[in-house]
Design a protein around this ligand. Structure first.
Ligand code: BGC
Length: 271
């Protein structure tokens, strides 16, 4: 009997970084809903992480909160060690933690630049490296999954769309594209799949001001041909599918999920 789609991640163990708010919450919940047990990593928001764990366990799933700053090598390594000891292995890593520190380019301080690169890009390097080491050590366990491990990098439409006023953020996401693709190329022979999700505008705290009032939302919708702002659950469902064996032949790709934001909507009426 094939596994029902609702439990396509049964018996698998996942780690999601930045899972105390926004897209990370929805990803952690979606993986758990599909049967995976989940480490809910968070940076500062203990209450947020505990609430996610409670929601998952109340729904009959398994989850554990773990605090670690993804830009700190020792903390990332300790987190992986704990996760592996706790679960006995790891099958899925979603490198999601990210932030924005916006400023006009000429006013951007080195500290603002560095903070975003440290968390969004170096953090992904550190998380991917530990994931890769563990997946290579484990190898393929056919009773669990066709792949030895699955990695998702949370990118953005801004890995391809330039973004004035957000140069540090857009640069970090452009960097994630080559990080993901190069790592995917290197790890494919080890049966490790590495992909990115590139969300457009999704209703989360990171862009609250862009959708919180009807005026702001109407302005934002001019950039979204599909005419709705995305919900975190849109991303959660994609993540749960992308790490499942149904997506076993996909590696080295960014899946944009953006209501058409990357379709250059200005050209619908111009050019
Ligand atoms: C950013 C959001 C923004 C969206 C679309 C995301 O990566 O974090 O602030 O609304 O891209 O521009």
């Amino acid at each position: 009997m094939p596994t029902p789609p609702s439990l396509r991640l049964a018996g698998q163990h996942a780690l999601v970084t930045g899972a105390s708010s926004g897209i990370g919450v929805a990803v952690a919940k979606a993986l758990a809903a599909h049967g995976a047990s989940v480490i809910v990593n968070y940076g500062h928001d203990t209450d947020g992480a505990n609430a996610v764990v409670k929601d998952i366990t109340d729904a009959g799933g398994q989850a554990l909160a773990y605090q670690a700053d993804v830009s700190q090598e020792a903390q990332v390594q300790a987190m992986f060690q704990q996760a592996i000891e706790h679960f006995g292995g790891l099958d899925i890593v979603v490198s999601n933690a990210g932030l924005q520190v916006d400023a006009p380019f000429v006013d951007m301080t080195l500290a603002q630049w560095q903070k975003v690169i440290d968390v969004n890009l170096t953090g992904q390097f550190l998380v991917l490296r530990e994931a890769a080491r563990q997946f290579m050590k484990q190898g393929v366990r056919p009773d669990v999954s066709k792949a030895a491990g699955k990695i998702i990098c949370m990118s953005s439409v801004h890995e391809v769309i330039p973004w004035a006023g957000h140069v540090n953020y857009a640069t970090s996401k452009g960097g994630i594209m080559q990080l993901m693709k190069s790592v995917a190329q290197e790890l494919a022979p080890h049966k490790i799949r590495v992909n990115s999700i590139g969300p457009g505008a999704i209703k989360t705290p990171i862009n609250h001001d862009a959708w919180a009032t009807p005026e702001a939302e109407a302005k934002l919708l001019t950039l979204i041909p599909y005419d709705r702002v995305g919900e975190p659950e849109d991303i959660g469902q994609l993540a749960a599918w992308l790490v499942s064996d149904e997506a076993d032949y996909i590696t080295g790709q960014t899946i944009f999920i953006d209501g058409g934001m990357t379709l250059y909507p200005g050209f619908a009426t111009g050019g």
